[in-house]
Design a binder for this molecule. Sequence first.
Ligand code: 3HC
Length: 330
Amino acid sequence: MYAQEVKSTGEAVKSLKEMSPEERAFQEKIDAGVKIEPKDWMPEGYRKTLIRQISQHAHSEIVGELPEGNWITRAPTLERKAILLAKVQDEAGHGLYLYCAAETLGVSRDEMTEQLLSGKAKYSSIFNYPTLTWADIGAIGWLVDGAAIMNQVPLQRCSYGPYSRAMIRICKEESFHQRQGYAIMMQLMKGDAAQREMAQDALNRWWWPSLMMFGPSDADSVHSAQSMAWKIKQNTNDELRQKFVDQTVPQAEFIGLKIPDPDLKWNEEKGGYDFGEIDWNEFHEVLKGNGPCNKERMEARRKAWNDGAWFRDGLMAHAKKRAAKKIAAE
Ligand code: 3HC
């Protein structure tokens, strides 16, 4: 009945027999592909995991602007500066759609921000790596946004209406992000030896962290089984990771880049690439806050939140005044 039984170390997925009549009716809606809307009854666990995933996704969009914003003033041409500016602005908009989608589940922006700043909520591990050269901006667009598209296209079919609709708009813009990144790498690979080396160095540093974006292996995924039963997730972490590798390796080879994985090999039987073991210790260290840029990213988010307090207070005061005026006029 479920997309597939995913081996997971997480919470056990209830069978229909074990469900209450409300849970059973809800699951039957999910299995029939009916979208769940904010006012519909939903199990508390469904609401909670959506708040967790959507807010983490929104945090990732906003924190993801930091590594790229670092290069807006140093882009090599006016055209590249304009493209990067447009991309960073898009990411801010993605964060907005996603925070709004999460708010329909009864959590406020302030609560979500407090959860991020206190470390209770996560953002994607990938944004804890530094952008050392201009080629990193190409690698981020090509690999990070490429991985994001792989993971986000299925989310357009997510069972929760507001999330699924936000993803449709986001995915259209992500495709531009991925293409502009690949175009940077293509241009560098047509350049001189130093430029080619810069592109290869960026691929070497961003390849493995991009594979980690898809989450832990299926055997170690805590939430996959339940998220797939609720059609929040349509595919497992490993499935999407494999699709990303199979799509990206030919792109690298086409422009003369070498994937930094000595174990990468085409497997005719499986119709995909076999690849080396991911350094899960690095992944968990980054998740624990010990990545190269975790501290810097959180300091930047904390400063932005504190610096913007006067503006939020002003908006609230204005909104309260208008509301009071409206009531007085009634
Ligand atoms: N970074 C940080 N935490 C991660 C992670 C990553 N790359 N991958 C997994 N985790 C965390 C999970 O959040 C969970 O921790 P939690 O219980 O404290 O939340 C734990 O590791 C176990 O992982 P699971 O596989 O069980 O968790 P999920 O079922 O939530 O799967 C996911 C993880 C695939 C990232 C899923 O949450 C997801 O699809 N999220 C939506 C997409 C998203 O957030 N993408 C991040 C990048 S956004 C982006 O790239 C912007 C683009 O414009 C560049």
